[in-house]
Design a protein. Structure first.
Lengths: 539, 177
């Protein structure tokens, strides 16, 4: 029979029918494997575990006497799997046909530290086919063969509730054999013995065997617990033992009254529940034997493991975990790479949206040449603007003369000389210049006032400003730049003067003027003046 | 742990290397493009600045080009003949009867503004006799027609025989192209 356990819900349900015939028929095993994988897929499971509880055989093998150090148990456990012949007594030990596992006797003072459990590999075909279909279907199936009596042994403290500080023995009653486990008063396992039924319904010589074994182990009046693990348990076994152990507690465990009972699991198959439930405090705290059985998983030893050479081609659990972790890391790396590409593309996209992206550098050169050409043109224009400034014109000089000496002002001009000369300034881009007016003539008394006006700073500036306004010539503006205007008037007595009456006066008659004069006006333009002259050649 | 190295190598190291190449490539590409774009952006800004300058300059110069053209044609002519031509035209006007040109002389020495400027120039001395107003108008006319004339010296003397007439000597520096 088979049952399906859903770890997520904790529910048990009936599984596909499984018989001894099926286990030995390759084609049926394949069909069975397909069936259970399909069932697993239907409930969206990502893996499947197949536990085969071997309850059709059980044999022990004696550990050679030289192996008596409990500290070597771990090493011996591995040796039992790989090279059982070196550990166990018996010349016919063949690891090709039999599967050996070490099982400890943790009780102190015992003769042996462990025993060997031997099971045949008759169900190897079933596991091989199962693993083959798993591979073919690409669906993980982990197959594990457990010894049913060893699993059942684990339930003794909780199911039988042995009396503290009293030895006891557990009679695991299967259909083809009976396993008797002897425990000392501390609850530690001393010995496992098997009685094959050899076609009988119950173990023969049970009383004798237990009596001699108890004597050999020096255990007296132990409690006896019968664990019925077959649907056809013979009740006379209880009676038989009760008659033998009259001073002891002799009980048959009723599985339906224990925690190892479920409505979908037959009462005689508690191993399914024992193996799938976490160990309780009642188990681990019962004795050092049980603590070791749970902690070191002695009862969960697989009797039909994948051959080492085949197992090596499959990844280990750690490797699968590593693979999953790496998958996450890879996703993170891919995300980082994609984000980086997105970042780069975004940057590129933002750049392409700028007007500068479509810009052709040749255009810059063209515009630069154009600017250079226009700048030169501008410099040329500025240069000629400067050279052609109205800084010195004949007609304005003549206008100044008129404004200096208006008609009938009592003044007669006889000579006028106006010069313009630059003031050299080596190394400078511009030079200033000096304009000089030298005027000679005669004046009567009324003309002296005019000469005085001309000779004053305000007077000459007013006349220059008037000329500038009338002619539009900025060279006469006294308010531009740092222009300075100096006036020098020199008066002399006219030696040829002859006094006359007003009626006799003639403008052109020089003898009618009491004074002669010489007027010198000097106007200086600095190099910083807007009218200063460029000394360079046109660009 | 038969597959540990393979898992690490093919599952982590190779993808890390590929991702490293991709990330490195993305960084390198963006950095390169950004650097190139930055240079281009600088050129573009310079281009825009130059274009604005060119537009402003062109706008400014477009109003002056006609004047420049006229200046250049004036400056290209020989000064003495140009002065004489203009004086003849002025003398053909009603004003011409009130003054006479008494002399025209080209000077070889570089005086006045010409002595400090590297710009090509020539010097010319003119002599006139006429009424004051006529001569002033004639100078106004001549100097307006020939803005390249920079007066270096002017000397005015009253005519000894005719009271209303003046003798004028004027020396010009004429800029030439």
């Amino acid at each position: 029979m088979s049952r399906i356990y859903d770890r997520r819900s904790g529910d048990w349900s009936e599984g596909p029918a499984i018989t001894t015939e099926l286990l030995r028929d390759g084609e049926k095993v394949v069909a069975f494997a397909h069936q259970i994988i399909e069932l697993a897929r239907q409930v969206r499971a990502n893996a499947l575990g197949v536990l085969l509880y071997l309850a059709d055989e059980f044999a022990t093998a004696e550990l050679r006497s030289e192996y008596d150090n409990p500290a070597d148990l771990t090493e011996l456990r591995a040796t039992a799997v790989a090279d059982p012949a070196t550990l166990f007594e018996g010349a016919s030990i063949s690891s090709d046909e039999q599967s050996y596992r070490l099982f400890p006797y943790p009780a102190a003072g015992g003769e042996a530290i462990a025993t060997g459990i031997a099971l045949s590999k008759q169900h190897g075909l079933f596991f091989d086919q199962l693993r083959s279909v798993s591979e073919e279907q690409n669906f993980p199936v982990i197959a594990h063969a457990l010894s049913a009596p060893l699993v059942a042994l684990l339930a003794v403290p909780e199911a039988a509730k042995p009396t503290r500080n009293k030895p006891f023995m557990a009679v695991l009653y299967y259909s083809p054999f009976t396993v008797i486990a002897f425990f000392n008063e501390h609850g530690d396992l001393r010995l496992l013995r098997t009685i094959q039924h050899r076609g009988q319904r119950r173990p023969l010589n049970l009383r004798d065997i237990t009596t001699t074994t108890l004597a050999a182990l020096e255990l007296s009046d132990p409690d006896v617990f019968i664990l019925p693990l077959t649907r056809n348990a013979d009740p006379t076994v209880l009676v038989d033992l009760q008659s033998k152990f009259t001073k002891s507690r002799v009980d048959t465990v009723d599985w339906t009254q224990t925690s190892f009972s479920h409505r979908n699991i037959p009462a005689y198959c508690p191993e399914l529940l024992i193996a799938t439930r976490p160990a309780s405090e009642a188990m681990t705290g019962f004795s050092s034997t049980y603590e070791s059985l749970v902690a070191d998983k002695w009862v969960q030893q697989n009797f039909l493991p994948v051959p080492l050479e085949v197992a090596e081609i499959y990844p280990t659990h750690k490797e699968v975990k590593l693979l999953r972790t790496i998958r996450l890391a890879r996703v993170a790396v891919v995300v980082i790479a994609l984000l980086t590409i997105a970042w780069a593309l975004l940057g590129l996209f933002q750049m392409t949206r700028q007007p500068a992206w479509a810009f052709e550098p040749q255009e810059a050169a063209t515009v630069q040449k154009s600017v250079a050409a226009l700048t030169v043109e501008r410099q040329q224009i500025d240069h000629w603007d400067n050279l052609l400034e109205d800084r010195s014109k004949g007609w304005t000089a003549m206008e100044l003369l008129c404004r200096l000496f208006p008609e009938n002002s009592g003044l007669l001009v006889k000579g006028f000389n106006h010069t313009t000369r630059p003031e050299p300034a080596p190394g400078k881009a511009k030079v200033g210049f000096v304009k000089e007016w030298r005027i000679t003539g005669f004046t009567r008394e009324e003309g002296l006032e005019r000469l005085n006006t001309i000779n004053s700073r305000d007077g000459i500036n007013a006349i220059f400003a008037e000329v500038a306004k009338v002619t539009g010539n900025d060279a006469y503006r006294p308010d531009v730049g740092n222009r300075s205007t100096l006036v020098n008037v020199r008066l002399q007595e006219n030696n040829s003067f002859r006094p006359r009456s007003t009626e006799e006066l003639l403008t052109a008659d020089t003898t009618s003027y009491r004074h002669s004069f010489e007027l010198i006006i000097t106007q200086r333009f600095e190099a910083s003046d807007p009218l200063a002259l460029n000394v360079s050649k046109a660009p | 742990m038969y597959y540990r190295q393979s898992i690490l190598f093919f599952g982590l190291i190779i993808p890390l290397l590929i991702a490293g190449l991709v990330v490195g490539g993305a960084f390198y590409a963006r950095h390169n493009v950004a650097e190139s774009f930055s240079t281009k952006e600088k050129q573009f800004k310079l281009y825009e600045q130059n274009k604005r300058s060119a537009d402003a300059l062109d706008k400014d110069l477009v109003t002056k080009r006609d004047h420049v053209k006229r200046w250049k044609s004036l400056l290209a002519e020989e000064t003495k003949s140009q002065v004489n031509n203009h004086i003849r035209k002025i003398q053909d006007s009603p004003l011409g009867k009130e003054f006479q040109q008494t002399s025209t002389e080209s000077l070889n020495s570089q005086g006045g503004f010409a002595s400090v400027s590297a710009q090509k120039s020539s010097q010319i001395r003119l002599g006139f006799r006429g009424t004051y107003r006529a001569l002033q108008r004639a100078f106004l006319d001549l100097e307006t027609r020939m803005p390249q004339l920079q007066m270096q010296e002017i000397k005015i003397d009253a005519n000894a025989t005719q009271a209303s007439m003046n003798n004028v000597d004027v020396t010009y520096t004429a800029w030439e192209n």
